[in-house]
Design a binder for this molecule. Structure first.
Ligand SMILES: N[C@@H](CCC(=O)N[C@@H](CS)C(=O)NCC(=O)O)C(=O)O
Length: 147
């Protein structure tokens, strides 16, 4: 299987931190990696869009041709195939619900707002989306309030 990523990005880092926490041997499970240049638009090609339903990284391509987008979905897959006896997503009903709770709080109230701030202020992807600096500043303020 192959992980399409760009190591410095938050979503790829999320998967990579999870893999380290799992402590799995990447060679043993046959994991290969391919790094994309997002600024150059590698993820905008028809070839990439054919494997990525959201057109973004990370994407995990399985050996049978099926693909998974979304960092948490990819983490869940690795968790299921390597740690069925002790899941990092929780073992008991309460633990599972707590992990889900923190994921949603961190994403909806932290990560997504920070993404909006970063994308709209830096205009890093203005070749593919309209950037509204005032919205970025507003989001930046919300993230600061949350910390
Ligand atoms: N919710 C997604 C976010 C994926 C995402 O936004 N990836 C960014 C890098 S962190 C990306 O591919 N950006 C390229 C673009 O927007 O064109 C996940 O967790 O995987």
């Amino acid at each position: 299987m192959k992980l399409y990523e760009l190591a410095m990005t938050p979503s790829a880092r999320r998967v990579n931190i999870f893999l380290k926490e799992l402590g799995l041997d990447e060679q043993e499970i046959g994991l290969k990696r391919e790094s994309l240049n997002l600024r150059a638009g590698d993820n905008l090609s028809d070839q990439f869009k054919a494997i990525s339903v959201n057109g973004r990284i990370p994407v995990l391509a399985l050996d049978d041709g099926q693909t998974l987008c979304e960092s948490v979905a990819i983490c869940r897959y690795f968790d299921e195939i390597t740690a069925p006896a002790h899941s990092l997503f929780g073992d008991t009903p309460l633990e599972k619900a707590q992990v889900e709770m923190w994921q949603r709080i961190c994403e909806l109230q932290g990560l997504f707002v920070a993404f909006q701030a970063f994308r709209n202020i830096t205009k890093v992807y203005e070749d593919r989306e309209r950037c509204v600096e005032a919205w970025g500043q507003e989001c930046s303020g919300i993230v600061n309030l949350a910390t």
